[in-house]
Design a protein around this ligand. Sequence first.
Ligand code: KG4
Ligand code: ZN
Length: 339
Amino acid sequence: MKLILAIESTCDETAAAVIADDLRVLGSSVASQDQLHQRFSGVVPEIAARAHVERILPVIDEALRRAGCGLGDLAAVAVATTPGLANSLLVGLSAAKAIAIALRIPLLGINHLHAHVYACRLAAGRDVFPCVGLIISGGHTHLFHYRDPLDARLLGGTIDDAAGEAFDKVATLLGLGYPGGPALSWLAESGDPKALAFPRSFIHEPRLDFSFSGLKTAVRYAISPQGRPVRLASELSLSERADIAASFELAVAETIAIKATQAIEQTGVSRLCVGGGVAANRVVRAELELRAKEKGFELLLAPRELCTDNAVMGAIAWEKYWRGQFDELEIDILPGLLR
Ligand code: KG4
Ligand code: ZN
């Protein structure tokens, strides 16, 4: 049995996992930084990078301990090199390079977005390619056509805010904490999703892009209508806030499900794999399930615990290993958004 150590540090989770060549996960460890970023209502890149430096070695140690193995048992080391926050990515890549050099084992750079989709492959326990992959996270809302796990063609993506970013910003407008997705979803449970008719961008257009900034602005005006004295979310009743949260959540979920269904129809691929933090959302999952049933395509949703950032999905590195696609020690990070 061969083992890969996968490292993840693209944003504000420091994570490591040990995955065997039969794709069994032997050990996994995730250190979240939510508490560090809470008072800023968003991730502060410099704080994230410094926290990664402090946590990366203990997190790797913990993953190895849970797997019951040592560094000497590793066949390769994998690390997410793109996309993400530059200094956060650098911490993971530096750790991976050090391990590759010290142990003289291959280094495998992985794409964090494709890893999110691979979480569906892991959970299914069988081949799920070709498929349409939908990544809905804090930084991305993107649709890809996957011929295989490593061969992806971009179909479209957000032209402004990502779905998770919209959740986080609207949560801030509603006076909720960070990360906003889970908090907003909790508030929405007691609200009426039909109370407010929020916009659903591009749903009547064939382009497979997303836009959530108009929706965010619509929420802002629902809280504090234009031409009237500024109103804070704290001046609204709990049920008014819950209605706004529920209506916003449904608008995001319907938009995502409609665009993903269009991608299925346009590509002629009959399988949709969904990953990323927002894929943990109850209403998003339900809307996707509804369309899959209606249109008769196969839907694979990443298990909730593998939706938000983790290193387990770094198992995609085995696909590169099996193809002999090892990386040079000179590889660099590729931060930034995919447009
Ligand atoms: O995939 P992820 O952990 O990090 C990135 O790669 O960006 O996604 C984090 C995002 C955050 O914006 C968070 O608010 C959102 O996922 N999120 C959710 C839920 N859980 C996490 N959004 C809506 N509903 C949820 N239950
Ligand atoms: Zn992610």
